[in-house]
Write a protein that binds this ligand. Sequence first.
Ligand SMILES: NC(=O)c1ccc[n+]([C@@H]2O[C@H](COP(=O)([O-])OP(=O)(O)OC[C@H]3O[C@@H](n4cnc5c(N)ncnc54)[C@H](O)[C@@H]3O)[C@@H](O)[C@H]2O)c1
Length: 463
Amino acid sequence: MKITKICCIGAGYVGGPTMAIIAQKCPHIQVTVVDLNRERIAAWNDADTVNIPIYEPGLSAVVAEARGRNLFFSTDVAKAIDEAQMIFISVNTPTKTYGSGKGMAADLKYIELCARQIAAIAKDNKIVVEKSTLPVRTAEALKSILDETGNGVQFQILSNPEFLAEGTAVDDLLAPDRVLIGGDSSAAGEQAVQALVDIYANWVPLDRILRTNLWSSELSKLTANAFLAQRISSINALSELCEVTGAAINEVAKAIGMDSRIGPKFLNASVGFGGSCFQKDILNLVYIAKSYGLTAVADYWEQVIILNDHQKRRFSNTIVKTLYNTVSDKKIAFLGWAFKKDTNDTRESAAIYVADDLLNEQAQLAIFDPKVSRNKMLADLDYLATRSSKDNAKNATSFDEPYSACENAHAIAVLTEWEEFRAYDWQRIYDKMQKPAFVFDGRNLLDRAALEAIGFVYFAIGS
Ligand SMILES: NC(=O)c1ccc[n+]([C@@H]2O[C@H](COP(=O)([O-])OP(=O)(O)OC[C@H]3O[C@@H](n4cnc5c(N)ncnc54)[C@H](O)[C@@H]3O)[C@@H](O)[C@H]2O)c1
């Protein structure tokens, strides 16, 4: 089956970049990305592609090339579903905030809504691709909804989880470590898998396209995120031990990373992982393990989250303790709010939780992030509902540039590893700060020797 029309439901951090690359690499395929969020779609259609709603290095150029040619963004979900032969579901799957599984299970209401809409609209056979990260065996539920409520149309369901990392999404999509496609072993299932393989084969070498059964594919995505997060919690756990023993975490990381069985990546100790995926996917894994009665497995993975929460809290406690046990009315500058560099995504960013702790201690926060707006910062704090919006707005101020944010501050906390922070005029910053001037480097980003030579009291995690 030759695919010429694709639709993707969900124009978020996954749907937008993924479809932009498919459109760029497959000019013969018409790709329509739809979303219920009108503002988001309007931003994707902004005349100047610099204003697209997601910041990713290189993405605006890809969109500029393909948009209007074979890449379209629209709010007309029904039309796009009707016209497409292949439909990617790339909607959000957050942790449930109500009912059974609250705080752990994935909330599949958006997925189910998509399935019902596809079933209601489809008049000819469709391939439905799970792009969202889903609990293992979700395809079964999807199939049942599609088959029971459809008009006798044949649906094939594929699992094609996305492994891109925010901040490097374009590079990851252009040269993925692997593309994973799970499908049914029936003849029709294999044809559907082949149709998707043919799309990726336009730019991905065939030996990087992996075919598995549906359940292996669904579970592999959760497992990959769990392993990545576990590695961060492992190094972070040791960072605390380094601080009390005189070992330096960077030295330990280098020493163990040179063991080829361990490898050097993802060994940077930090204030903790954030992002929309790691926590929610591990919680989901824990929930699935529990639901099969596998308590030891569930407890093992849950510890990754417990350690991550501990690391964030530990960082804010260190700031308070070091500033003579009080930060009340002290100005603390935050460099960074995004959960990592090269993205404007702030979901579950460690900065939010450190800010919340310090606001509880009555600190005055001055925040600068190169890509995050003031409204977003305040919305993140308001979402925690720890205090009123008015109090958040009064005590957390955002700045358009770093030097004013740091002026008169008692301390600077580095929360995101933006490269540009290294290149700042740190002498100028020091001169305008309260003394002693502290830097709490939550990302092990800055040059300790250079900052100490200027006169800063420098704290880095794990040393
Ligand atoms: N963000 C990442 O780095 C990443 C990486 C790999 C996988 N994932 C997974 O991909 C999925 C999407 O993540 P995201 O970060 O792109 O989420 P997102 O919140 O940025 O985007 C999801 C979009 O879907 C839209 N949507 C929801 N229901 C809809 C419906 N019925 N019809 C039309 N639009 C609808 C929302 O309005 C939203 O714009 C999640 O399952 C996530 O776990 C995310």
